[in-house]
Design a protein around this ligand. Sequence first.
Ligand SMILES: [Fe+2]
Length: 313
Amino acid sequence: MAQSIITNWEPKHSALYGKHIVHLQHRLHESPLFSDDALADLIDRVPRQYYHVNTMNTDRHAPGTWREGDFAGASGREVMDAVRNGNIWVLIQQVAELDPAYREVLDQLYGEFEHHVPGLETFKRKMSILISSPKVQVYYHCDIPGQSLWQLRGTKRVYMYPNSAPFLHPEAMEKIVLNEADEQDTPYEAWFDDYAEIVDLNAGEMLHWPIHSPHRVVNGDCVNVSFTTEHWTTPLRNHYANVYANGILRRNLGINPSITPSGPALWAKLAIAGMHRQLGFRKKNKMAFKIDFRVDPQAPGGFSDIDAFELAK
Ligand SMILES: [Fe+2]
């Protein structure tokens, strides 16, 4: 039997998981799967549609400065060097599909949560690895599935906010779910920070927060390696259908609908959301990204500007 990944689970976490912020310790920062060599190898293997590399302003919240790039022509080692000395953020998606060793870790960690949390049954699990330069930021946003953040190297400050107004208005989440807005379009005000739970996340620690909780991340002055996990459960899917159907009802009937967790109103919403998606009314998932820089370990910032081109993902 493999050693457990979570090292400090207590009975209280079974009651808290999914409902409040949970901050736990794990041992994956010691795993060779996340060493520099393993990450460089993963970067060498990742197909273009499974990664993002970004740069952004690092001294204030400025979503308009978020840029998309490419690491064509650079080896995994060179990308790692550019991260170390530059100002970039690398996201490797679908890691469990790329390599069964990561799938094994992903399944083990969800197995542990399902063992500890009564009734928890997760599906559509995903892992994404984040390799990022000192001081870079991920601006205020919320994610659609259940999300956790696992720290492997370095330190980052994570700001987590309540998943209700004024931090997240129902209309803002409906736009994201209906694909009318990007996650990072979630409206943010600096005073929200006074109401945030703030955690300095160190190697060997992880966070899980309630569904759709807005959050933002600021790296310490050091290279950061982390991964995110995402999952669905039946209650999360029902919540998604609620938000989705409420967005449609608001647009078509001009009413202000609320979340209905069970019963015939929920069944109606599942039907509305299902039919709407099936009929293809939701905007396409496929997005076009403007790629305007290339990773370059020799350049200041770790990247060079290039003539912009579009990439559909
Ligand atoms: Fe996120």
